[in-house]
Write a protein that binds this ligand. Structure first.
Ligand SMILES: [Zn+2]
Length: 466
């Protein structure tokens, strides 16, 4: 068997791994690179493997850094099945066409303003490409064993990260020589509302492990919970007459935020403000939660009674159309806006930032990991001005980072998950972490699991795992 690391190596985006056996070639995740130009250019290169040579693609979850390259991969010739959990399939049906739409919009914008060296600028892929890739999606249930050949199969386990997220566990061969290769995708957190805990795993011969927060703990320095930090920001911003802007994935993450805001409203800890979920993907997420009871621990009775819906704040509005989105800009009274994407690399959040960043009454709250080179990273690290659509905007709004809302486990949670192993994997490969995070995660693992062999692969590095 052979493993090739084609993305998420010493970075958190572009998740892509090739697993090869004697007669099968499987691509694990098909993610888009985001962040610095050097990374983004990789999306435009020749595919790192010939799409026609791949027998199957397996996706861990719907985030674009794990799925957003799929339309391009299909446009370049991939025709096989794409396996994922049913919820991931449903989310991808919304997300990938939206990603295609954003790619087309960006290309149009560049052409209109002559911002490209290429005439005309082309999108990485179109809505049509995205729709074509959806045809290949095959839903898989948690625990269902999918056979890829006489000797190779896999199953999916709860990863606890977002709705539909999974670990992928490959088994190759049988009996004493059976090999298990487990890929975590993104590992979620313990004891979070709505989403289940990561499934415990006791064995793998080769482990491909994420390390986003390998050098960080989520607990606030003052010991405040995420909920308390959110309360503080909402109360102080509303007092100033400002708006709280939260860049976030619009489905799943947005509902977790709404759930928290609703609790704060019911406890009379924040004023009742209009809450706008601004995204073309702001479908009635209730349907997705109702459809995927296997994914969460909300009580169905709660979901059924719309009067007491746990995923609605008292004045929630979903803006789907561009007109509805633009109308939000007209509102200058205190409000809360949740809009994608979470790292401010694209999407409607950019328009809200241009509107809200220059006013010191407003707040911007980051609730997810901000990759190197993204606007989200620059703003959260204190940039005084930020370039959006070729214009520099001053950052006068107050900026907050609430790490404890992250959908990724911190290093203590990953160590807790690793404690479930009853034997050391032959090799643990650390991926999906910037160099400092992956390096620190390696130190933490070696310190608490003596004798574990931990590797941090480089881009396109190949390992023989026979
Ligand atoms: Zn993710």
């Amino acid at each position: 068997m052979k493993l090739t690391f084609l993305g998420a190596t010493q970075t958190v985006t572009g998740s892509k791994f090739l697993i090869e056996t004697k007669d099968r070639r499987i691509l694990l995740d098909c993610g888009l690179f985001q962040g610095s130009k050097e990374l983004r250019l990789r999306n435009w290169e020749e595919p790192p493997v010939d799409p026609k040579s791949i027998d199957a693609v397996v996706l861990t979850h719907a985030h674009i850094d794990h799925t957003g390259y799929l339309p391009r991969f299909v446009a370049q010739g991939y025709k096989g099945p794409v396996y994922a959990t049913a919820a991931t399939v449903d989310l991808a049906r919304i997300l990938l066409p939206d990603a295609g739409h954003l790619q087309e919009e960006e290309a149009n914008y560049r052409n209109k303003h002559q911002l490209s060296k290429h005439q005309p600028a082309l999108p990485l892929y179109t809505v049509r490409d995205a729709m074509a890739s959806l045809e290949l999606l095959r839903p898989v249930q948690y625990g269902e064993v999918v056979s890829l050949s006489g000797s190779l199969g896999f199953d999916l386990l709860h990863a606890g990260h977002i709705l539909g997220s999974s670990f992928v566990r490959f088994r190759e061969g049988g009996g004493d020589t059976q090999k298990i290769v487990l890929f975590t995708g993104d590992i979620g957190r313990y004891d979070q509302p709505i989403i289940f805990d990561p499934a415990s795993v006791d064995a793998a011969d080769y482990l491909i492990l994420e390390s986003t927060y390998g050098n960080r703990l989520h607990a606030d320095k003052k010991g405040k919970s995420g909920k308390e930090q959110l309360m503080d920001v909402v109360v102080s911003t509303a007092k100033r007459g400002g708006t709280v802007l939260i860049p976030s994935f619009a489905i799943g993450r947005a509902q977790e935020l709404l759930y928290m805001l609703r609790q704060l409203e019911l406890e009379n800890k924040i004023p009742i403000l209009p809450v706008y979920v601004d995204s073309p993907m702001a479908v009635n997420a209730i349907d997705i939660f109702r459809k995927h009871v296997e994914e969460h621990d909300l009580e169905m009775e709660q979901l059924e009674g719309s009067g007491a819906n746990p995923l609605y704040t008292q004045r929630v509005h979903f803006a789907r159309s561009v007109e509805e989105s633009k109308a939000i800009n007209e509102h200058r009274f205190p409000s809360i806006i949740i809009s994608a994407n979470g790292m401010a690399t694209g999407g409607r959040i950019l328009h809200h930032l241009t509107q809200r960043l220059p006013d010191e009454r407003n707040s911007v709250v980051f609730v997810g990991f901000q990759a190197f080179g993204t606007r989200g990273r620059l703003i959260s690290e204190g940039a005084r001005q930020i370039r959006i659509f070729g214009v520099d905007y001053p950052v006068r709004a107050s900026v907050h980072v609430i790490d404890s809302f992250s959908a990724h486990g911190d290093y203590s949670e990953i160590l807790r998950w690793l404690a479930g192993f009853n034997r050391a994997p032959r090799t643990t490969f650390l991926v999906h972490g910037e160099p400092a995070a992956a390096g620190a995660m390696k130190d933490h693992i070696v310190a608490s699991h003596r004798g574990w062999n931990v590797e941090i692969p480089a881009y396109r590095q190949i390992y023989d795992i026979n």
